[in-house]
Design a protein around this ligand. Structure first.
Ligand code: CA
Length: 239
């Protein structure tokens, strides 16, 4: 990867360990010590990934992640973020609606885990980016998704999804197991030029479920994370 990994961490030792190990793996790295510097650098663009510590002086990691995810610039909003957290109880929050980080690492972490997480998040982004352009065929359970034709087949039968339903479905199916907030779905599917109520997402999800699920009230593919949003079942995505 030619784009740099930005490490945002005020603790020198941890910052240096991460940099050292990523460099050893061939990554280009940059490092800053606080949220203000981080935000400035992120807005300059051309970063492959940000490793963001939760506890930072000034703007903390949570606030910074929130700022990134609601930035006006699409490129900034879509910056891959891995959060470093010392407390496992924060994980739900970190990955959920409020922050929308892509993954997390709990301190203390092993180098191997760190590298694995970084590679996995980058891979996920590359797949998502290559998705529609490459006219991918995605097979999940008894569903076959043709991203080029905007079609979903279930057990060989073509489902009559609207364009919006298809876009919602595709966004979720390309990120199995990741909880996507209503706001993020609104942004991804409707864009931010039109004002659509978050409840609209629920309505479309309900209609989509009626077409996709065997039993819409007991879904197998499109799952609800109460109070947060939706996700595509990782279980359904498992081969
Ligand atoms: Ca810290």
């Amino acid at each position: 990867m030619d784009k740099a990994v930005l490490i945002v961490e005020d603790e020198k030792d941890i910052r240096e360990i991460i940099e050292y190990n990523l460099k050893k793996q061939g990554f280009v790295t940059e490092a800053v010590q606080d949220g203000v510097q981080a935000l400035k650098r992120i807005r300059e663009g051309r970063l492959g990934l940000v490793i963001l510590d939760l506890m930072l002086p000034g703007i903390d990691g949570m606030e910074l992640c929130r700022i990134i995810r609601s930035d006006r610039e699409k490129a900034v909003r879509e910056t891959p973020v891995i959060m470093l957290t010392a407390r496992s109880e924060e994980i739900d929050k970190v990955l959920g609606l409020e922050l929308g980080a892509d993954d997390y690492i709990t301190k203390p972490f092993s180098t191997r885990e760190l590298i694995a997480r970084v590679k996995s998040v980058l891979r996920r982004y590359e797949t998502a980016k290559a998705g529609p352009a490459a006219e991918q065929i995605i097979e999940v359970g008894d569903l076959v998704v043709d991203t080029g034709k905007y079609q979903v087949q279930k057990a060989g039968r073509r489902l009559d999804l609207s364009a919006v339903e298809f876009k919602l479905f595709l966004y979720l199916v390309q990120r199995p197991g990741r909880i996507i907030s209503r706001d993020l779905l609104l942004d991804a599917v409707w864009g931010n030029e039109s004002y659509v109520e978050p409840r609209t997402v629920d309505v479309h999800i309900r209609r989509m479920r009626e077409k996709i699920e065997d039993d819409p009230s007991n879904p197998r593919y499109i799952m609800t994370k109460r109070g947060v949003g939706y996700y595509f079942s990782e279980k359904a995505a498992a081969p």
